[in-house]
Write a protein that binds this ligand. Structure first.
Ligand code: T46
Length: 130
């Protein structure tokens, strides 16, 4: 779990952040998705992945992300398009406290596969303590 601050490029016309697969992100990017329009007070995520690694960026607005390895929880505040959070496999993640305008971009190491999800917290604890 690590927060990464990317360089802000660009010039007098505006800003730009460049993220390259397997260079700036610690995996080959196989999927990109983003979540937005989250209602106030509603959390997203609340699951872990067996294999998929994720790289999260609030490209607009802000949100909090709580990562949990089964014994320790840490909450991160994402509020800038150049700040990213790496979520490794087998880490429980919950995204919460979304601002109304939040667009959370996720770069993922694998294609979507529901069988890669652990959506029950008790099952997650059993898996990490194996
Ligand atoms: C995460 C947070 C930030 C797909 O068909 N393809 C996909 O790539 C994804 C991510 C989801 N889906 C389907 C599966 C569900 O029917 O979209 C629906 C909503 O997915 P989910 O309930 O997993 O959505 P969130 O917002 O709780 O979580 C998602 C990601 O699953 C998760 O990995 O970190 O966004």
């Amino acid at each position: 779990m690590a927060v990464v601050e990317h360089n802000i490029l660009g010039d007098h016309r505006g800003k730009l952040v460049a993220i390259e697969s397997a260079v700036d992100v610690p995996f080959e990017i196989k999927r990109v998705f983003y979540i937005y329009g989250t209602e106030p007070g509603i959390p997203r995520g609340q699951h872990s992945h067996f294999k998929t690694k994720q790289y999260l960026i609030a490209v607009n607005g802000s949100c909090k992300v709580t990562l949990d390895n089964g014994s320790k929880k840490e909450t991160f505040f994402l509020n800038s398009p150049n700040i990213a959070l790496f979520q490794d496999a087998m880490i429980w993640g919950e995204m919460h406290d979304f601002s109304k305008d939040c667009v959370l971009l996720v770069l993922a190491s694998d294609h979507y596969k529901e069988s890669d999800y652990i959506r029950n917290y008790e099952d997650f604890l059993l898996e990490v303590n194996k």
